[in-house]
Design a binder for this molecule. Structure first.
Ligand SMILES: O=P(O)(O)OC[C@@H](O)[C@@H](O)c1c[nH]c2ccccc12
Length: 262
């Protein structure tokens, strides 16, 4: 059975091919670097990454007409410590241009949220102003993950290394990655379960690894539950995209970390 992740990756192969055949895009970066690792490790509160997400395969349109720059600015004004921009077009209706425009408007670290399968996408993300890229462990074999991880680091781009199960976490630990994202959503079935973070976090030494819990986070209770796992950050999309009062929603999520975490 093919999953949605298979479909996305198949489209991505084509996109990468096109990018290599018509290299029209600027691949030099002129931006200064903002470290997500440093910002989140040095905070005594749970840090929020606010995600600009027009649509998703599981939810359809979330807010297809959103102004990405205004949305990102409201996140930062409300206290979000980083921005995630979904740049995939066919499945999430985002663009690389969204990323570039948001870069001009905010000073916090920006995550290029895409399905990165080739080095050329890392250069492109950086050239559009990204400080961090996403690498999804379930999307490719370990050798490929390692190659892309090293390529990102060599280009001074941080990596949010996303895992969803025990085997993927073992890959992250064996690679010694410094930012691990535990996705509560299974990208093959879309099922969301906060226990995924709780179960996997137990095996991570969070004193030097930055742990971020991703997906399905809505309330203060969810945020508090996350801090008890040792996570210092959360990635929040839909809840913020649908919020009528972003300031209040971010306030509800920025809970204190536990005293032994700080
Ligand atoms: O909208 P949510 O449930 O708050 O989730 C945000 C983010 O975690 C989610 O968009 C995400 C996590 N990992 C991904 C990988 C690809 C695309 C999207 C994602």
């Amino acid at each position: 059975m093919t999953t949605i992740l298979d479909d996305i990756l198949k489209e991505k192969e084509k996109e990468v091919q096109r990018l290599k055949e018509n290299p029209q895009e600027e691949l030099e970066s002129y931006y200064s670097f903002h470290s997500l690792y440093e910002a989140f490790m040095n905070s005594d509160k749970l840090s929020v990454i606010g995600e600009v997400k027009r649509a998703s395969p599981s939810k359809g349109d979330i807010d297809a007409e959103v102004n990405p720059v205004e949305q990102a600015k409201s996140y930062v004004n409300a206290g979000a410590k980083a921005i995630s921009v979904l740049t995939d077009t066919p499945f999430f209706k985002g663009t690389m241009d969204d990323l570039a425009q948001i870069r001009e408007a905010v000073e916090v670290p920006i995550l290029c949220k895409d399905f990165i399968i080739d080095r050329v996408q890392i250069k492109r993300a950086k050239a559009h102003g990204a400080d961090v890229i996403l690498l999804i462990a379930s999307a490719m074999p370990k050798e490929k993950l390692l190659d892309l991880y090293n390529e990102a680091k060599a280009n001074h781009v941080e990596v949010l290394f996303e895992v969803h199960n025990e085997d993927e976490l073992q890959i992250a630990l064996s690679m010694g990655v410094d930012i691990i994202g535990i996705n509560n959503r299974n990208l093959k079935t879309f099922e969301v379960n906060p226990e995924v973070t709780e179960k996997l976090a137990k095996q991570i030494r969070t004193s030097d690894t930055l742990l971020i819990s991703e997906s399905g986070i809505r309330t203060t209770e969810d945020a508090e539950r996350v801090t008890r796992t040792g996570a210092k950050g959360i990635l929040v999309g839909e809840t913020l995209m649908k919020s009528k009062n972003i300031k209040k929603t971010v306030d509800e999520l920025v809970v204190p970390l536990m005293s032994d975490q700080v």
